[in-house]
Ligand binder design. Structure first.
Ligand SMILES: NC(=O)C1=CN([C@@H]2O[C@H](COP(=O)(O)OP(=O)(O)OC[C@H]3O[C@@H](n4cnc5c(N)ncnc54)[C@H](OP(=O)(O)O)[C@@H]3O)[C@@H](O)[C@H]2O)C=CC1
Ligand SMILES: O=C1O[C@H](COP(=O)(O)O)[C@@H](O)[C@H](O)[C@H]1O
Length: 491
């Protein structure tokens, strides 16, 4: 699908996200097959009064290094930079928007995309000021970065304020996990094959585990992270979106509202926490010192700029339950953490055990089938089956049937931000969150936040470089289960 001519206005154009992800993704799209329309432009915005030359020099230094070397060429980079201008605007000062207006094109038919890579406290004021400056046209779109609020009330407020300026069909609430190739492949697996659908239910599935583990810490984002924590940073958005894709009913088609209606039903069917289940089914952890891949790491509280008494969680694990005919009784275990033993993101769907062994082997030696959807570092699927070992006798052991997307398709994959930015430019909303989805996700996590706010409620500690606190193993252990790495045979 062709991209209409556009002015892409990047608020926060000098920030960390712009440098590491957005500018590299825009470069990749500009040089891709089809590319950008010849006169498409990128207008970067921030308070700092950079000249164009200074801003481009900053991109040379801070953004270029995040582009794969084999994709960089002097000509392509220079052609890309020719599209870019920089305008100094204080988002909170309506008077400064005149300079932005002057830099933008006013001919009809040019799409305007406003990407707000700024603190969310600025979202409402930016939208109001854009409107007041006459910069919002029916072809305009706004992209909102996460976190969209810090609780239900603030999320509702942002939705309401942004909604006064942009219609819902013009608002793109980004969750970059939905742009990951493997997540879209999960949709393909579920709704492009007949094989799994009959099994994708409580009768055959014992439990689902969704893990996003990071070896990295909070880097230079301590200021943000300290007020956010793993629940707001990862669980409320990325993990819940993955849960929705696994658990939703087949949508009638892949149009935005058909998909988003089904995700919303899942969020609304999540069982609400009670004081009792909050204690049993939620683990809040913070890392203390340890080693990640042999390198010493200080405790979170001793990281640069950290609050030495911080109660911010760097790890969260929950047992979620979905009260529907399809999923009743199937626990969904979600966990994420910083400074963990490995960097990986995966979804593990574990099937039930066979009812009876016809072989001499005891039933306890049969590992239940499981489907592992790997999101990163590599992307693929593996289905673990019991198979006969070669040779005499009849001895079965687990074996994997695998699909490595990179090997199979031998095509370079698109980074999540590339995919999502392309969808914004093409006006495709399917992979973006609707306001009611966002609010339903906040509604579900809100009791956890309230519980944690109580004074005597402290995180439990885990060593940096481990798989999280022992309480997370106990959480899943209460259902007689183990996290995947705990169940793997020792090598
Ligand atoms: N960094 C990341 O990995 C991720 C970030 N996000 C989200 O993206 C957003 C941006 O994050 P990040 O890039 O890390 O933040 P940074 O602090 O690095 O950048 C914020 C940018 O906002 C601009 N800004 C701040 N106040 C104003 C203002 N009043 N008027 C105009 N511009 C302003 C700053 O420019 P100047 O100082 O020149 O005004 C700066 O370029 C946040 O909401 C964050 O949560 C989401 C996912 C990942
Ligand atoms: O949104 C965020 O995601 C990253 C993890 O993303 P990934 O694509 O690298 O898995 C996380 O590090 C960051 O804290 C969070 O804001």
């Amino acid at each position: 699908m062709a991209i209409n001519d556009f002015d892409f206005v990047l608020f926060g154009g000098g920030g960390d996200l712009a440098m590491r992800k957005l500018i590299p993704a825009l470069y990749m799209l500009a040089r891709s097959k089809g590319g950008f329309p010849p006169s498409a432009r990128i207008v970067s915005v921030g308070r700092h009064p950079f000249s164009k030359e200074e801003y481009i020099a900053m991109l040379d230094e801070q953004a270029k290094c995040h582009i794969a070397p084999e994709c960089l060429s002097k000509e392509a980079w220079s052609a890309f930079c020719d599209r870019i201008s920089y305008v100094s605007v204080d988002a909170t000062d309506p008077g400064t928007y005149a300079a932005l207006k002057e830099d933008m094109r006013s001919e009809p038919g040019i799409s305007r995309v406003y990407y707000l890579a700024t603190p969310p406290a600025l979202f409402s004021v930016i939208c109001q000021n854009l409107k007041q400056a006459g910069l919002v046209t029916p072809e305009s779109r706004v992209v909102l970065e996460k976190p969209l609020g810090r609780d239900l009330a603030s999320a509702r407020q942002i939705n309401a304020e942004v909604g006064k300026v942009f219609e819902e069909k013009q608002i793109f609430r980004i969750d970059h996990y939905l742009g990951k190739e493997a997540v879209q492949n999960l949709l393909a697996l579920r709704f492009g094959n007949i094989l799994f659908e009959p099994l994708w239910r409580r009768e055959w599935i014992s439990d689902v585990q969704i893990t996003i583990a990071e070896e990295l810490g909070v880097g230079n984002r301590m200021g943000y992270y300290e007020t956010s924590g793993a629940l707001r940073d990862m669980l409320q958005n990325h993990l819940l979106q993955l849960l929705c894709i696994v658990a939703m009913e087949p949508p009638v088609d892949s149009t935005p509202d058909a998909v988003r209606d089904e995700k919303l039903k899942v969020l609304r069917a999540l069982r609400r926490f009670t004081p009792n289940t909050l204690v049993q089914n939620v683990v809040r952890g913070q890392y203390r010192s340890g080693h990640v891949h042999g390198e010493p790491v200080p405790a979170y509280r001793r990281e640069p700029d950290a609050n030495p008494q911080s109660r911010t969680e760097t790890f969260v694990a929950v047992k979620a339950e979905i009260d529907t005919w399809r999923w009743s009784g199937v626990p969904f275990f979600l966990r994420t953490g910083k400074r963990m033993a490995d960097s990986l993101a995966e979804i593990v769907v574990r099937f039930k055990s066979i009812p009876h062994s016809i072989f001499a082997q005891p039933i306890s030696s049969f590992q239940p089938n499981s489907l592992v959807i790997r999101l990163q570092p590599d992307e693929g699927l593996s289905l673990s089956l019991m198979a006969k070992m070669p040779g005499d006798g009849m001895r079965l052991r687990p074996a994997d049937l695998g699909l490595d997307f990179r090997e199979t398709f031998k095509k370079p994959r698109m980074e999540a931000y590339e995919r999502l930015l392309m969808d914004v430019l093409r006006n495709q909303l399917t992979l973006f969150m609707r306001s009611d989805e966002l609010e339903a996700a906040w509604e579900w996590v809100e009791p956890i936040l309230e519980f944690w706010d109580q004074e005597d409620n402290e995180p439990v500690f885990y060593s940096a470089g481990s798989w999280g606190p022992g309480a997370a193993s106990a959480l899943i252990g209460r259902d007689g289960l183990q996290w995947r790495e705990e169940a793997l045979p020792e090598m």
